[in-house]
Design a protein around this ligand. Structure first.
Ligand code: SF4
Length: 111
């Protein structure tokens, strides 16, 4: 367990414990209020699932407790770090994972 300044700040509530990963800026929707300005025509950028797992380990070492994955729509990523219905703790990582998706791909993705 980390005892550094970030871990202390998280434990004392001075810093949120969750690190958010923006897995892709792709989305099949185009909401006017979108924080990341994601949309079907938005320039594609991607953070690979393997990279997120590596960064999650580093974040846990620093004292962060939770990982969040969002998009755009994270299930448009070819390799999201967790899938629908999977446990929120990945083997080999200590943090809780949260996936924030809009749910509009369920019928067409087959995942
Ligand atoms: S990422 Fe979310 S808010 Fe942004 S366009 Fe897609 S569904 Fe809408």
């Amino acid at each position: 367990m980390s005892t550094g300044p970030i871990a202390s700040a998280v434990a004392e509530g001075r810093l949120p414990g969750r690190v958010w990963f923006y897995s892709t800026y792709a989305c099949n929707l185009a909401c006017t209020y979108c924080l990341t300005e994601s949309a079907p025509g938005a320039p594609r950028r991607a953070l690979a699932g393997e990279t997120m797992v590596e960064l999650a380990a580093q974040a846990a070492e620093l004292g962060f407790t939770d990982l969040g994955v969002t998009g755009g729509e994270p299930f448009l990523s070819p390799n999201p770090p967790i899938g629908r219905g999977q446990p929120t703790r990945r083997p080999g990582t200590r943090s809780r994972w949260t996936m924030r998706a809009h749910g509009g791909l369920k019928a067409s993705s087959g995942r």
